[in-house]
Write a protein that binds this ligand. Sequence first.
Ligand SMILES: Cc1ncc(COP(=O)(O)O)c(C=O)c1O
Length: 391
Amino acid sequence: MPDRPEQDNATQPFLPYGKQEICDADVKAVVEALCSGWLTTGPRVSEFEKAFANWCGAKQGVAVNSGTAALHAAMRAIQLKPGDEVIVPAITFAASANAAVYEGGVPVFADVEPDTLLIDTVSVARKITPKTRAIVAVDYAGQPADYDALHALAKERGIAVIADACHAPGAVYKGRKAGTLADISCFSFHPVKHLTTCEGGMALTGNADIAAHMRRFRNHGIDSDHRSRESSGTHAYDMRELGYNYRLPDVQCALGLAQLARLSGWVAARQRIAGLYGQALAGMTQVASLKTHNDRTHAYHLYVVKLAEGIDRDQVFAKLRGEGIGANVHYAPVHLHSFYRQRGYGPGMAPIAESVSRRLLTLPMFPAMTSADVHRVVAALNKAAAQAKQD
Ligand SMILES: Cc1ncc(COP(=O)(O)O)c(C=O)c1O
């Protein structure tokens, strides 16, 4: 780190762990949509679907009103049946597993690689049974999982590979972009993510039938929407299955389209900030950056570090918060939440996830961060980690 005067962090602005950027062009696009006469499913929905799918290199996009809805639509589209097992990494946001439960599926928690927190393919292989119907790979923090290894396990057994790519727009695996790596790839447009539509999400796929099924599912299971009925001059429709109202409104798609113009720049900014963190943390013995595999490009939704054994993570967290730094934790193992414990899950199911998760800390990461912000975080982290050594 460069020599610089001691700063009084308490007088500096709060640095959240993630933050959206809204500019005049976003506001203009939203106001135009509001005044266009289309508030819910209008022309901007398919425009946004095509533009985001195209940005990721995927054939089909289905816009929905959250990343969770995208995962749920994926579970329906692969025709998950009650009792089917879905392998999910133990370290992820609960929605990755909950989507299977919505359809009566049974999440089976695989362990994670200790240095990347990505789903461990050896653990996946051990957890496959005749009931396994899908593997949900989470591109944790923005780094793609090992899709070639997962497809090799899945293909001959007829298991679907679903990417929870909510952290990973712009990430690359062996030259292929996130959004093209699985049978269905799910993205979130929550405000802390790379691109926001306030709430929102999208499922990408190369399969037109699967896309059509997810479009129906997001609209109550109905086989047409009001625009297509209007253009074909009919009032009739059929509800073919039980679906949900998971539609993403036109106004929010207008915001997504405006944001998309800046997405590549944001990915690059996140990668630059990660580089600064990497350099600043390189000499520290108490804190380690997570590993990036050589065959992957990380999109850095999150910048996660691992504290050395013997450092009390929650003390470090509290000290950073006290200095106006919005540290966070991603994640406690999903199978240890009460909901899952009450259903028979518990400690011992994913030992690496259970031990490493206690040492994880997420540092602020958003495109507008300056190098001074990064150095402020690292200086505070250094101090807090030194003070938080357990006896
Ligand atoms: C890994 C992961 N999966 C799924 C989701 C769910 O996305 P949403 O909040 O848009 O429903 C999130 C969002 O926090 C996430 O981080």
